[in-house]
Design a protein around this ligand. Structure first.
Ligand code: SF4
Length: 232
């Protein structure tokens, strides 16, 4: 695994490839981002962005959403997939926000993950982007890219969050996650576009391929490592 200093240099370099990296979900406040992030599971941000304007116009806050039934919500979010489970989740989440937090989204990990449909990744997205609390969401893109480069090891999201969090300053956690997600969507796809990648000289995956082919290791290599891409 890379040293913390090397990890930080790699994150800096990724920033040059993806300037202005941010979540691609559209939202105006923490409540909207929380709903949008729940809807984005097993979907795409672009698809979620198509349904949320009408949804937020109809249910502008937790109180209004809490009054809706899951059945009423289903047709409105149908196209995001898993609409029955998501309808139950966002209606239940809104009811709990009203019951426990006066309708406000709490800026606290434990309180967030107690809400229906909210896991650690969703909580970190909302904390980091909408509530000013550093959060490092780890999704399948972060897992894949971080393991390939050698910034982290393992396919357990919480473990990878800890490994990245230990190497990257708290103030850069959210940006680092956004950079790794965008890199995974645009360049380090399941079939990676390594020729277009700004960190290829630092990447364990590329080094392992070079070594398999019997080529000289690239600049920045620190010895062989078997790279396993998580299955998520
Ligand atoms: S060099 Fe290839 S495998 Fe490594 S991070 Fe870049 S795109 Fe991914």
């Amino acid at each position: 695994m890379k040293t913390p200093a090397h990890t930080r240099r790699i994150i800096d370099r990724l920033e040059t490839q993806h300037p202005g990296a941010d979540t691609e979900l559209r939202y105006r406040n923490a409540f909207e981002l929380l709903v949008a992030t729940i809807l984005s599971a097993q979907s795409t941000d672009a698809r979620v962005n198509l349904v949320t304007p009408a949804l937020f116009a109809r249910y502008p806050d937790a109180k209004r959403l809490a009054a809706a039934t899951a059945e009423e919500l289903e047709p409105q979010i149908h196209s995001t997939g898993f609409f029955r489970a998501k309808s139950k989740a966002i209606a239940g989440m809104a009811r709990m926000l009203v019951a426990r937090h006066g309708g406000e989204v709490p800026a606290d990990m434990d309180a967030l993950i107690a809400l229906p449909g909210v896991g650690r990744k969703t909580a970190n997205v909302v904390l980091g982007h909408a509530l000013g609390v550093p959060g490092l969401p780890v999704d399948r893109h972060v897992l894949r890219v971080a393991n390939r480069i050698g910034l982290a090891e393992g396919d357990d999201a919480e473990l990878v969050e800890r490994q990245l969090g230990a190497a990257i300053p708290r103030a850069r956690w959210t940006l680092a996650s956004d950079l790794l997600i965008l890199h995974g969507r645009r360049i380090c796809k399941p079939k990676p576009l390594c020729q277009q990648c700004v960190v290829r000289d630092d990447c364990d995956y590329v080094r392992a391929l070079d070594q398999e082919r019997g080529e000289k290791p690239r600049r920045g290599a620190h010895g062989p490592r078997r790279v396993r891409t998580p299955r998520r």
